[in-house]
Design a protein around this ligand. Structure first.
Ligand SMILES: [Zn+2]
Length: 53
């Protein structure tokens, strides 16, 4: 199982451990959800559940 995420803007794969996190959009609880962003361009790659971390 891989956690790599693809950035359409940079056209490259980013390891999940290399992404930066930001608060989710909308009404999502930032304690339970985090946005994983590309460390190079800041593009939002994926919203992940972190409530069990
Ligand atoms: Zn990028």
């Amino acid at each position: 199982m891989t956690d790599d995420l693809y950035c359409d803007t940079c056209e490259q794969w980013v390891a999940r451990s290399d992404t930066t996190r930001s608060e989710p959009m909308g009404n999502l609880d930032p304690h339970a959800w985090q946005m994983l962003c590309c460390p190079t361009c800041g593009n939002r790659l994926k919203t992940v559940f972190v409530g069990d971390e």
